[in-house]
Design a protein. Structure first.
Length: 355
């Protein structure tokens, strides 16, 4: 872990130099500010990933504490229009990109694409990787080919039925998920079911009602953890951070629901305090492999479920994960004795080093 600590501490001094070259455009969506532009209501998901005011303040202050000047944009369109007004050669912006507005699959890819077009540096991964990290079935099958352990997965399409005619066997314990959401959107305790004729009928009806494909995965009973990643010339995995619900580290048949996520109704712990160091190291190594295979840049997070035999299954990839004070990133930095604002100087420093 000394290598990671040295990497993080190095970016404290890098930040001092970067602030002479750039000011930070913090592009984010919040529940209270991201609403109207020119009297037009912008479309956003009812179950959204927007920050509340407290979370926004934490990120804003974290970047300021890292010694950067910060201007804020709450709408992607507002930011684009502002950039286009300015001379290309006078643009000294660095975009801290947390945009996630809209209802469409590629909603997180707009700003990386625009920034690449305008040669503006930004945090996180490029448009391709951002979109890939939301295509759960696609990256699950891609990573399975590369020997990453993933749960069995199936897709029901409202027009075409079960993809390739494949569906779970009867009495398989499954979890039903939206195809392209994150932050536990669409998940509740009722998402876990035994697959039978009634469950299949519900999947079919829900898919047709929403006119959207539905992802069905084998349910993994056991532990849940998140692995924060810092990515320079290669990925570095921080120690896996376990998810605890109602004081229970072994979640068994529980999951992190949207209600838990929305209300911060969960806690963190160091996974190696609960499971063996060999399992923790294996999880870290797998997260690094995944980051390289999908092409994550500057930072990211990989989430796993770990069964009672200690086998870790990939659950989710976050190409622009939460770094608020209630996050596995903040918990991991705190465990290393680092300051909260070190997260932001590190991410900004890593992002400016991208070739």
């Amino acid at each position: 872990m000394n290598e990671i600590e040295n990497l993080i501490k190095n970016f404290r001094s890098v930040a001092a130099q970067l602030k002479k070259e750039y000011h930070i455009s913090l592009l984010t969506n919040t529940r209270s500010n991201t609403r109207e532009l020119n009297n037009t209501l912008i479309s956003y998901s009812d179950n959204n990933e927007f920050f509340n005011d407290k979370e926004f303040d934490e990120v804003f202050e974290g970047i300021k504490r890292a010694d950067f000047f910060v201007e804020t944009f709450f709408n992607e369109i507002e930011f684009i229009l502002e950039v286009l007004k300015q001379s290309y050669f006078k643009n000294k912006r660095f975009v801290y990109n947390l945009s996630r507005n809209g209802q469409h699959i590629g909603k997180k890819s707009l700003i990386p694409s625009f920034c690449d077009l305008m040669s503006i540096p930004y945090t996180g991964s490029d448009a391709l990787v951002i979109s890939l990290s939301r295509a759960k079935y696609v990256y699950t099958k891609y990573l399975e080919i590369h020997n990453v352990k993933v749960p069995d997965s199936w897709v029901y399409h409202p027009s075409n039925g079960w993809l390739s005619g494949n569906k779970p066997q009867l009495d398989t314990k499954i979890i039903i998920k939206p195809m392209h959401e994150s932050a536990s959107i669409g998940l509740s305790e009722t998402s876990i079911k035994l697959f039978d004729s009634n469950t299949e009928l519900k999947i079919i009806n829900d898919s047709k009602e929403k006119n959207s494909p539905i992802l069905v995965q084998q349910f993994i009973e056991g532990y849940e953890c998140e692995v924060p990643l810092l990515i320079s010339s290669r990925p570095h995995a921080l120690n896996p951070i376990g998810i605890s619900i109602n004081g229970e580290n072994n979640l068994k048949q529980s999951i992190l629901t949207y209600e838990h996520s929305f209300n911060d109704g969960y806690n963190f712990y160091s996974l190696d305090k609960e499971l063996s160091c060999s399992i923790s190291e294996k999880v870290k190594a797998t997260a690094i492999d995944i980051a390289q295979l999908v092409g994550l840049r500057s930072y990211g997070r990989v989430d796993f479920r770990i069964d009672n035999q200690g086998v870790a299954y990939l659950m989710d990839i976050a190409a622009s994960p939460y770094t608020t004070k209630h996050s596995s990133f903040a918990y991991a930095f705190n465990q290393l004795g680092l300051e909260y604002h070190d997260i932001y100087s590190t991410i900004i420093g890593l992002s400016t080093k991208i070739d």
